[in-house]
Design a protein around this ligand. Structure first.
Ligand code: FAD
Length: 363
């Protein structure tokens, strides 16, 4: 089979779906993405892009472009929630590149999506918006989905449809992510709304009983991102990201370091997310179909590795498919075998970090 005759359908134009599409299309594979949203949204705020994620993005030719729109923190600092005093500091700027070949950067999620989507389109990827896919049919020779009355056929289907994946059940059998008893508010504040230097130019993490608060700069330093996590017994909303009640957020962090309360006060709009997790799945693949990113391994954000794992998945899946186009089930089996031990380990470490960040274990 020539690469140009090889066709892949991807469900979900998130970070995982777009990176997979780009990695395949750059090698001549015909790729179409189906995204349920009407357009890209900028809800989701900031992301920490560690050197492992940057290694993939640089190999896809996006390193310089991404660096230009990111911020490089000086250090990672764990702080006392009330006094703000540094409890543990690890230098970051100038450390990661010599050690791993790539920087540790902070980016606005919307900037990363933009960058990936533009590159994917240039490489020939077609993105269909307003296209919710919930069923797929498979024969020995192809996979099929129906969208707006049209049947789309391909050699492979990749379900990169996020933590609440509707295709997970088709591929692995019945299973649902579970609410972890934690919620996260995410918000962005223009840097100009606070006195200069209020928030140190670092990856700041204030640790308190049952709560923590992370903040860093994105968008070339023009915006300050925050993630505020609190333990809670239930999650009743149907949606998993809802506009936040500002009073509730302010009350939750009322007695914290004045830098934290000032940042919350300056925030115009924040979103509340229920944090969901899933025990490692038995399998991620079925014949010509594969799960990828949060659909395969949802994880708590306490290692800041969810997007990085989706980006790594994309690189490995593309590599396996390009090597074994004539034996797709074997290619997908190789992908899962390479990836699962690493993502399972990160799922576990992310759970353990909740205890550290919420003062249940000593630093
Ligand atoms: P998603 O980004 O969720 O994309 C899934 C896409 O599929 C969406 O566009 C959705 O609309 C679409 N979709 C869903 N269902 C369908 C359907 N049926 N048909 C068509 N389309 C569909 N990760 C990091 O690496 N660094 C961080 O600093 C970090 N911080 C985080 C902070 C918080 C509070 C949270 C909640 C997460 C954080 N993450 C971080 C994790 C990261 O955001 C996710 O792991 C990552 O976005 C997963 O990418 P994905 O492509 O698998 O899924």
């Amino acid at each position: 089979m020539k690469t140009g005759d090889f066709k892949v359908l991807i469900i979900g134009a998130g970070i995982g779906g777009l990176t997979t599409a780009l990695a395949l299309a750059q090698n001549g594979v015909h790729v179409e993405i189906f995204e349920k949203a009407a357009k890209f949204s900028d809800a989701g705020a900031g992301l920490q892009l560690s050197p492992n994620a940057m290694a993939v993005l640089s190999s896809l030719g996006l390193g310089i472009q991404i660096e230009a729109i990111c911020c490089e923190p000086t250090a990672g600092i764990l702080r006392d929630y009330k006094s703000g005093k540094a409890l543990f500091t690890t230098k970051m700027k100038g450390v990661y590149e010599p050690r791993y070949g790539h920087k540790y950067l902070h980016i606005h999620r919307a900037d990363l999506i933009d960058c990936l989507a533009n590159a994917a389109r240039v490489a020939g990827v077609r993105i269909h918006f307003d296209s919710k896919v919930s069923a797929v049919r498979e024969t020995e020779k192809e996979v099929k989905i129906e969208n707006e009355g049209q049947i789309h056929k391909a050699d492979v289907l990749v379900a990169a449809d996020g933590v609440h994946s509707s295709l997970r059940e088709t591929i692995t059998g019945k299973s649902r992510p579970v609410f972890t008893g934690q919620v996260a508010w995410r918000g962005l504040v223009p840097t100009s709304k606070l006195p200069l230097g209020t928030i140190p130019f670092a990856a700041n993490n204030w640790l308190g009983p049952g709560q923590h608060f992370v903040s860093y700069y994105v968008s070339k330093g023009e915006m300050i991102n925050f993630v505020a996590v609190q333990e809670r017994s239930d999650w009743v909303e149907e949606r998993w990201d809802i506009p936040a009640d500002r009073d509730e957020l302010q009350n939750a962090f009322r007695s914290w370091d004045p830098r934290v309360t000032a940042l919350i006060k300056a925030c115009g709009e924040a979103y509340l997310w229920g944090l969901f997790d899933h025990p490692p799945l038995k399998t991620w693949t079925k014949r010509r179909m594969a799960l990828l990113g949060d659909a395969a391994h949802p994880m708590l954000p306490f290692m800041a590795q969810g997007a990085a794992m989706a980006i790594e998945d994309a690189w490995v899946l593309a590599h396996c498919l390009l090597q074994k186009k004539l034996d797709i089930p074997q290619a997908l089996h190789d992908y899962e075998a390479f990836r699962k031990p690493r993502t399972t380990q990160l799922q576990m470490i992310s759970i353990q970090n909740a205890d550290l960040y919420h003062q249940r274990t000593a630093i």
